[in-house]
Design a protein. Structure first.
Length: 251
């Protein structure tokens, strides 16, 4: 167990880092001595699209923590409630503990990935309206695409909750699309997760190159970890480039 000094108002508060609650491919979650907050630690690791191959890439954890912290704070400025509290260290952020909805919401602005392969759309085609897709976070290795009838029948969310999740996802997409555009990047798609905290629905998980796909506006180069997993040095440079653009001051 370790003590972390964090700020609350003008005072410094010691927060005790306790046992690990969960370890995924890119993050670890730790209990604290406060029941309402946990520590989210980003790992220097990425996992291949097949879910098996892992690659260790120096500084990836720090880049993802900084990018996520910046974007969560930015979204809060647009009255989008998130689980973010503050960044604790280079690779750790303090977040509100959530009861996560077993859903991933993917908002798509351009045709790419399975939207191109399944529907025959040319990659890079700009969609006249963003598409929101819902995926069930089940035990299946391939998370199934579900519609509102599945969601209600499986008890994944109520009709009122789903309407709010869709509304928040649309707003996050609009804000981030404009944000990235001013920094010379196109937001192809973004994957979002939400959870309940004290009766409020908050945006959770992370906002990083692991959860969105970007293209450079001028060159259409994919700033995309999926195409770089074999080259850890190039992947690190892409993450660093995104971090630098995200955190840059833009008029």
């Amino acid at each position: 167990m370790a003590n972390i000094v964090t700020a609350r108002g003008d005072a410094q508060v010691k927060l005790e880092k306790r046992e690990m609650l969960y370890e995924g491919s890119a993050k670890r979650l730790y209990q604290t001595d406060r029941s309402d907050v946990i520590i989210q630690e980003f790992k220097d690791e990425v996992t291949g699209s097949d879910g098996r191959k892992k690659t260790r890439i120096k500084n990836i954890g720090a880049f993802n923590a900084e990018i996520s912290s910046y974007l969560f704070e930015y979204l809060e400025g647009f009255h989008i409630p998130t689980h973010f509290v503050r960044q604790l260290s280079e690779c750790e952020i303090l977040v509100k503990r959530l009861e996560i909805f077993p859903l991933e919401l993917i908002v798509r602005n351009l045709a790419g990935g399975n939207l191109s392969t399944v529907y025959g759309l040319k990659e890079g085609t700009e969609l006249p309206h963003p598409i929101i897709e819902h995926y069930w976070k089940s035990d299946s290795p391939n998370r199934p695409l579900v519609n509102e009838y599945h969601i209600f029948a499986l008890g994944l969310a109520t009709p009122e909750e789903l309407r709010l999740l869709n509304r928040l996802s649309s707003k996050v997409n609009v804000v981030l699309k404009s944000f990235f555009s001013r920094r010379g990047m196109k937001l192809v798609d973004v994957t979002l997760e939400f959870g309940r905290h004290n009766g409020q629905i908050l945006l959770g998980d992370e906002l990083s190159p692991d959860t969105f796909h970007l293209w450079d506006c001028k060159t259409n180069r994919k700033l995309d970890i999926d195409s770089l997993r074999q080259d850890s040095d190039e992947a690190r440079l892409v993450y660093e480039d995104i971090r630098n653009r995200v955190c840059a001051r833009v008029a």
